[in-house]
Design a protein around this ligand. Structure first.
Ligand SMILES: [Mg+2]
Length: 376
């Protein structure tokens, strides 16, 4: 694998990824003036441990107990009981509050970006190359300024990543969460990736990471060490070539508003309005499987996951999340769909229709033979 020295500070785009920290929970804590050190779980009614349904999201105090988005609400209660047994706070959450806060955050970020991509309700990519006149120190100062504005004006905490590709920006915002800023300069990319677990790389889904691990490849250093040809034999040419681009900082730096025009979608209408969240979730999982099968047949990857929920009375909401890179691994879309649904569903409303869409499609290079990592 080629390991050329990067001396191309000039010419690199400067991408910033902003990710709000435990966003829904932070908004509720502010709104209800709650103590952030007490576990807060937003989700369906736990009914003192007997409730059906799932966790939407939770604050960091609850995450310390291993509570996660989309976990069964009974499991959350077992780990962190609420009144009268424990002191955890459970609530349904107020979706309108989150959209309003999100719009305010986006309004703070948007003016600095020549290209702006709201990736989900609590996440955005900014191309700030022009605003910063290509100056990486100016970009760091800008991230600090935006972080401060979000804190001072809205009382919310955000993490920022700065890099020359979407992947580096995204990984940067994960690096020192919550409230961190991480910048990877173009000449620091190799160091940044060295010894990093393959599971941390956006674009390597859990199934692919597991497969690579079975071959003894746990880190970027392992994967690059075997060489592109061997890696291509283990996986496929497209993946092997892509992984060398990752470490050379040559993957996508394109920031663009998400279109779902080129998309594959499936939806299901329930014969009777459905009140059982778990039944809806099973159906959603089947829809994702069908869409990803279709994508495999067409030879396309997608960068957008969208879940559509229609409630009784025909009110319909679509919720989107952009991936860092276009992917075709089913488990990645299953996780995205589950999380979007868990975060956005309004728990007390019967559901008429559920839909899933994979958007922003990219066609694979047809000359390359692709070995399907999903197939057993
Ligand atoms: Mg977030």
């Amino acid at each position: 694998m080629k390991r050329c020295q990067h001396d191309l500070h000039m010419g690199s785009r400067i991408i910033i990824h902003c990710d709000l920290d435990a966003f829904f929970a932070a908004v509720e804590i502010l709104h209800h003036n709650l103590d952030p050190s007490i576990p807060l779980i937003i989700g369906s009614d736990p009914q003192q441990g007997r409730g059906r349904g799932i966790v939407s999201t939770c604050n960091y105090a609850a995450r310390d107990f291993g509570i996660r988005s989309a976990m069964p609400i009974t499991e959350a209660w077992r780990r962190c009981p609420g009144s009268p047994i424990g002191d955890a706070v459970y609530m349904r959450g107020t979706r309108g509050l989150y959209s309003r806060a999100s719009r305010k955050v986006m309004a703070i970020l948007r003016p600095f970006a020549a290209k702006f991509e709201p990736a989900s309700i609590d996440e955005a990519y900014l191309d700030v190359t022009e605003y910063c006149a290509g100056d990486w120190d100016a970009a760091l100062a800008l991230a600090r300024k935006m972080k401060l504005s979000i804190e001072e004006e809205l009382g919310l905490s955000a993490s920022f990543g700065i890099g020359s590709t979407r992947i580096l920006a995204k990984m940067g915002s994960e690096e020192n969460k919550p409230g961190g800023i991480h910048r990877t300069m173009p000449n620091e990319i190799h160091t940044f990736f060295a010894d990093r677990s393959l599971r941390q790389i956006p674009g390597i889904g859990p199934k692919t990471a597991t497969r690579l691990s079975e071959w003894g490849l746990e880190t970027m250093t392992d994967a690059l060490g075997v060489g592109e040809l061997s890696l291509a034999r283990f996986t496929n040419e497209r993946f092997a070539a892509w992984l060398s681009q990752v470490v050379e900082g040559e993957t996508s730096d394109e920031i663009s508003v998400l279109r779902s025009r080129k998309s594959i979608s499936k939806e299901h209408t329930f014969s009777q309005d459905q009140r059982d969240i778990e039944v809806v979730l099973e159906r959603l999982e089947e829809l994702v499987t069908m869409v990803l099968k279709r994508a495999k047949i067409m030879g396309v990857s997608g960068r957008l996951a969208e879940v559509k929920i229609r409630y009784r009375g025909f009110e319909t909401h679509s919720h989107q999340r952009a991936l860092t890179v276009a992917m075709d691994e089913e488990s990645v879309f299953q996780r995205s769909a589950l999380r979007l649904f868990a975060e956005q569903v309004e728990y007390d409303r019967p559901i008429r229709l559920i839909g899933f869409k994979m958007g922003n499609l990219e066609v694979h290079d047809s000359r390359q033979i692709t070995l399907d990592l999903e197939e057993e």
